[in-house]
Ligand binder design. Structure first.
Ligand code: ATP
Ligand code: MG
Length: 686
């Protein structure tokens, strides 16, 4: 009886409905939705969750994992709207109950804290971001003497990358070195020792790095008793962007649901762009046959996002891929405009072109928020950012330098972390050195005293500071002891700021501006339920620089989006610009690049192009600046159109240049000569 059918089902196409109604609200066989960009995978997933809830599933027993925290909270809001339509309940109740929506890392952190005592972890563990992890790796490197005796020993960053890759791919070190870091293969033995020391240091200090959140989770989930408990906690487990999960993540899912019942994954193999973080496109391709129970597979073919012409160009680009499971999509959105291929002389012109076109769009009624500029690497937007600032065009940057990377914000958070976990040496080091008179060696000594005392805080209290620090020491001690005595949230941050402000003024000339950031941080903090949740979630998924929640440098209503292509995953805008669509950038200069690397670069361009709904501009500077690798240094290079758009595909695009756009716009432009007056004069006498 269709009158009893919830109305939201009518808005879906037949295949989407199949995915939403699979199992009709009950725990059912595993489900895979695999389809191209903009076909409604994410939207179908939201409807499926809502449908489960409408059919009686308990939202607290639904585990939903997405690519970013932002995506998770958007999804929760969407579910609330859809389910609220039918249930008529105060919708926010639903979103609140859907509390297990987040990223793999964020959910992992929560579960590990929850089961800490069962798995030999101290629940007060703190989490190191990549920078902290690199610092700790560096410490271990120094202690083993590798940085001294082996002058060409891999840098701390490279060491961390190798370690991380081996963990996430669940691959032996030798294999990782041979496959991805061949120039480091000679150091296999030293690296093994280094990683052993690194792991020991983390344990001694009760810190986990990003990779540990997955690694410990996977290991914990493989313990039969815990597995049963954990698996029994969730009836339904759903994952978006499954093509970008790695082996560890897949093993977590299998451990949670060994027979696959209640599992739903959605993704697009043509959008797999995270292999540098050990993502395995095989995860999604193998999913159907992975469980004793066969998985249901739904494919979607209609694209609702982009115009036909944009889709045709994107299909053409991905059509050249070596292998691909998802099929080409079709769209009913007609348009007479093809995507633009815009030639500009250099990055300065690229910035001028983008600003010009963005303002023209806004003039024509497209808000800045509906427009995005995408680029491969964060630093590629530099010249554009300068131009935008000059012209007073507000923007927000995703995937770039984060608000939390600012030194003063890191200082505040380090104090909080040090109070939360006195064994966190990286945090302790940073905090102690804020006081004049305490340098690296004194800080090391203090941290050491703390580590060897039975009670760290006692160790700290017993420390006798050097003369120069004597004045500041008591106020630090009382702050620290106060914070240790128990969290007062969010008031703790204010206490830290009041202690920190004199130091801030001493260290920085622009202290007033920085103070504004700290106030902003307190504002952000007030949105979190507890000190520990704040620390965990902020470390895992920091707010973006210049974002509205982060505040500075502006808080305009309407602003342009700047984003790396990687961070643009899953999103869409009316008008999209892709910068540096040239060889040497997309694909990046891949001197040693394998065939697979090139294929991943092609998919990257596909992801970028398929973000556009109405208009797409691929901009190609003929000359651009390369931040060089060691030997070759920074330099300008002359670039050609990306190899992913060979001449045979040009008919899918309209070609133009900044020069001709400018000429069209110039009110004083010279008329093209259409008359030959000389001939006319001569003709008059014939
Ligand atoms: P991506 O691969 O980029 O993540 P996706 O497959 O997840 O894309 P969505 O983001 O879910 O696609 O949907 C793309 C757009 O199509 C959204 O604006 C969504 O609202 C719209 N859409 C999806 N399904 C329908 C439908 N049945 N009717 C109308 N619009 C739809
Ligand atoms: Mg999506």
């Amino acid at each position: 009886d269709s009158s009893l059918r919830p109305a939201y089902l009518d808005k879906l196409n037949a295949e989407q409905r199949l995915a939403v109604e699979h199992g009709d609200g009950q725990v059912a066989a595993p489900l895979l939705v695999i389809a191209g960009a903009g076909s409604g995978k994410t939207s179908t997933l939201a409807h499926r969750v809502a449908h489960l809830i409408v059919k009686g599933a308990d939202p607290r027993r639904i585990l939903l994992m997405t690519f970013s925290r932002r995506a998770a909270s958007e999804m929760a809001k969407r579910v609330e709207r859809i389910a609220g339509e039918v249930l008529g309940r105060d919708a926010s109740v639903i979103a609140d109950a859907l509390s297990w929506a987040g990223t793999f890392h964020g959910i992992g952190a929560r579960l590990l804290r929850d089961y800490a005592l069962e798995i030999g972890l101290d629940p007060a563990f703190t989490i190191h971001d990549r920078e902290d992890s690199a610092d700790l790796m560096n410490l271990a490197r120094h202690e083993l003497g590798f940085s001294k005796t082996e002058s060409r020993f891999p840098t701390k960053g490279t060491c961390l990358q190798i370690y991380s890759r081996a963990v996430n791919a669940q691959a032996p070190l030798g294999e990782v070195l041979g496959g991805v870091f061949p120039w480091c293969a000679g150091w296999a033995e030293q690296l093994k020792d280094l990683f052993a020391a690194y792991v020991e240091a983390k344990q001694a200090q009760n810190v986990l790095d990003y990779d540990d959140l997955l690694l410990y989770w996977a290991q914990m989930a493989a313990e039969p008793e815990i597995a049963a408990h954990l698996g029994g906690r969730f009836d339904h487990v759903l994952v978006d962007e499954y093509q970008d999960t790695n082996r560890l993540q897949a093993s977590i899912l299998t451990a949670l649901k060994p027979d696959g019942a209640g599992l739903t994954v959605v993704g697009d193999d043509a959008q797999s762009i995270y292999s540098f973080r050990a993502a395995e496109v095989r995860n999604i391709l193998d999913f159907p046959t992975q469980f004793a129970r066969a998985a249901a597979i739904v494919t979607l073919e209609r694209n609702y996002r982009s115009t036909e012409t944009i889709l045709a160009a994107a299909n053409a680009v991905i059509g050249e891929a070596a292998e691909r499971f998802t099929k080409n999509l079709w769209s009913e959105r007609r348009s007479s405009e093809k995507p633009l291929l815009v030639t500009v002389r250099d990055e300065a012109e690229q910035a001028s072109y983008a600003c010009h076109a963005i303002l023209a769009e806004r003039e024509a009624g497209t808000a800045l928020k509906s427009q995005a500029v995408l680029f491969r690497a964060s630093h590629h937007s530099g010249p554009l950012e300068i131009e935008l600032t000059r012209r007073n065009i507000p923007f927000v940057k995703f995937g770039g330098l984060k608000f939390l990377d600012a030194a003063h914000v890191k200082d505040m958070l380090a104090v909080l972390r040090f109070a939360e976990n006195p064994r966190d040496r990286v945090a302790g080091f940073r905090v102690l050195q804020l006081m004049p008179g305490i340098g690296p060696s004194a800080a090391a000594q203090i941290v050491e005293t703390m580590a060897t005392s039975l009670d760290e805080a006692m160790g700290l209290a017993r420390y006798r500071p050097p003369q120069r620090a004597a004045e500041d020491w008591p106020s630090f001690l009382s702050l620290y002891e106060g914070l240790r005595a128990g969290a007062k949230w969010p008031a703790d941050l204010e206490r830290i700021r009041l202690w920190y402000e004199p130091h801030l003024e001493r260290m920085h000339e622009d202290a007033t501006m920085r103070r504004a950031d700290l106030l902003q941080l307190e504002q952000i903090a007030s949105g979190y339920p507890s000190r520990e949740r704040f620390l965990t979630e902020l470390t895992l998924d920091p707010p973006d620089a210049t974002s509205d929640e982060a505040g500075p440098p502006h808080r305009d209503e309407d602003y342009l989006i700047l984003s790396t292509i990687h961070s643009a995953k899953g999103q869409e805008w009316k008008n999209v610009f892709v910068l540096n669509t040239v060889d040497g950038c997309i694909p990046i200069d891949l001197g040693v690049g394998s065939k697979e690397d090139i294929e991943e670069e092609r998919r990257l361009l596909y992801v970028a192009m398929t973000r556009a709904k109405d208009r797409l501009h691929l901009v190609m500077p003929q000359r651009f600046f390369v931040h060089g690798q060691a030997a070759r240094g920074d330099r300008h290079v002359y670039a050609a159109r990306t190899r992913f758009i060979p001449a045979s595909l040009l008919s899918a695009f309209e070609q133009t240049s900044w020069a001709s756009v400018q000429a069209k716009d110039d009110p004083r432009r010279r008329p093209e000569v259409k008359v030959d007056l000389g001939a006319r004069m001569r003709g008059m006498w014939k």
